[in-house]
Design a binder for this molecule. Structure first.
Ligand SMILES: [Zn+2]
Length: 265
């Protein structure tokens, strides 16, 4: 595919730019992203420390925005006062989203009830601050949907499903709850036909793209490690293809969706 001369503004809605693998060359990684057409990157927190680091990176680089939260696999190591610091950061005006939060039954890092407690706190904090939440869901679609449904009884939800790998019914339910669905490199892999079909059916005004860097680089750059925001372009190309949309139009649409969700316009 050589579509490199088409105008294609890209919004990477989920990158762990705080990762120490980027400590040596973060400025270069961000320059690479800009050269690839990336105009916005959400740097996503997983702990108090990484959330604070995302905020300081966002202050240094205008194209970077911070999300603050405690990732489900990190909930067991929460220290007294940590949650209060997340709340303070969320209220400070320095963050544009709450997360990443959610549930995970794949890793065994944190008891499930503690994950559920923190997931619900993040959902309530999103409601209180008006900032959208970012959901991580691994091997627990029914549990996540149950908690989102319960939260929706307290008022309308505002958030996104990150690196979505659930099924079509799950996506439908999330869309019905008003959420956006974001796809990462996994959707570009050969074996991901079913996931590409799910992505093809998401309404144009609710789909987002992300790298989830430094993890899982998209095809055909799968061997590139670490993954970085510049590579989000390959996920955009794959999704434009399966949706039979012109690449420039798909980029424009996903960019506009992210700007609307994160209230950047
Ligand atoms: Zn992540």
């Amino acid at each position: 595919m050589s579509k490199s001369n088409e105008t294609c503004p890209l919004f990477d809605t989920h990158a762990h730019l705080d990762d120490e693998r980027f400590d040596e060359n973060r400025a270069t990684v961000i320059e690479n992203a800009v050269a690839a057409g990336v105009t916005n990157i959400v740097c996503i927190g997983t702990t108090v420390e990484t959330s604070a680091k995302c905020i300081s990176i966002a202050k240094e680089y205008p194209i970077v925005h911070a999300a603050v939260g405690i990732q489900p696999n990190c909930c067991a190591e929460v220290k007294p006062g940590d949650w209060e610091r997340i709340v303070d950061m969320a209220r400070s005006g320095d963050a544009i989203a709450i997360g990443e939060t959610g549930l995970d039954r794949y890793w065994d890092d944190c008891p499930f009830e503690i994950q559920q407690d923190y997931f619900d706190r993040h959902l309530a904090l999103s409601k209180e601050t008006g900032l959208p939440f970012v959901v991580h869901m691994r091997d627990c679609q029914a549990d996540v949907l149950e908690m989102l449904q319960a939260a929706s009884l307290r008022g309308p939800l505002n958030g996104l499903m990150h690196s979505y790998t659930g099924d079509a019914n799950g996506a439908r339910e999330c869309l019905d709850l008003g959420l956006y669905i974001s796809f990462a490199g996994m959707v570009t892999y050969k074996k991901s036909d079913e996931l590409r079909q799910v992505a093809a059916a998401i309404p144009a005004d609710r789909i987002l793209i992300e790298t989830d860097s430094p993890y899982l680089s998209p095809h055909p750059k799968r061997s590139v490690r670490p993954n970085e925001p510049a590579l989000v372009r390959h996920t955009a190309e794959c999704l434009a293809d399966v949706r039979q949309a012109p690449l420039a139009e798909f980029c424009r649409q996903t960019h506009e969706n992210a700007m609307r969700l994160f209230r950047l316009q």
